[in-house]
Design a protein around this ligand. Sequence first.
Ligand code: ADP
Ligand code: ZN
Length: 210
Amino acid sequence: MKLILLGPPGAGKGTQAERIAERYSIAHISTGDMLRAEIKAETPLGVEAKSLIDRGELVPDEIIIGMVKNRIGMPDCENGFLLDGFPRTIAQAESLMGFTGIDRAVCIEVPDESIVGRMSKRRVCPNCKRTYTVDVLEPDEDGGYTCLDCGTKLIARDDDRPETVQHRLNVYAEQTFPLIDFFEARELLSRVDGDKSMDEVADSIFELFE
Ligand code: ADP
Ligand code: ZN
């Protein structure tokens, strides 16, 4: 199964992607996670990507396309894959459809008003990468939060600052939102209501495939 997960930043793509990939035994490919790994390893690509990401800009298409094409060729993708955070532009989508077939693009729809609030509450574990919405956690004595899986102190992502979030939403509206029409025109699009609990959203995604 070859899937794409679409939706605005903060729609819960990462969380849903993990669940879907696990359920269908397919590889979870998150371009955001791949880029953050490059940043952490301080590779030339990581250094270039960091300044763009921190400003809420997209990384150039050629770089991302090369990265995904290479990743999809790896052995763990033989059974299929789920793309999370890619494609983000029409150019990326056209290129993708040129080098692989796609079975379905699932769009998680969330009203704009919900997104900024969600992203200000987002924290991530720097060790195991699990993401949280602080609502589900009890604060530590210092007001911070700790990962339930590995006990590491959670952090907010640099690009989740309110100024950057607004810019990312503009970039989404201009460059990524048109992909919904792109996949609809190819009869590959399914929509799910993302303004619900993580479990409810997961259930409506699984229903699409049953
Ligand atoms: P979110 O889903 O919260 O918006 P991601 O973790 O998917 O964030 O991506 C973080 C950042 O990485 C993006 O804002 C962008 O700068 C960069 N990025 C990720 N995927 C792509 C892509 N397909 N094309 C261009 N830039 C990307
Ligand atoms: Zn952790």
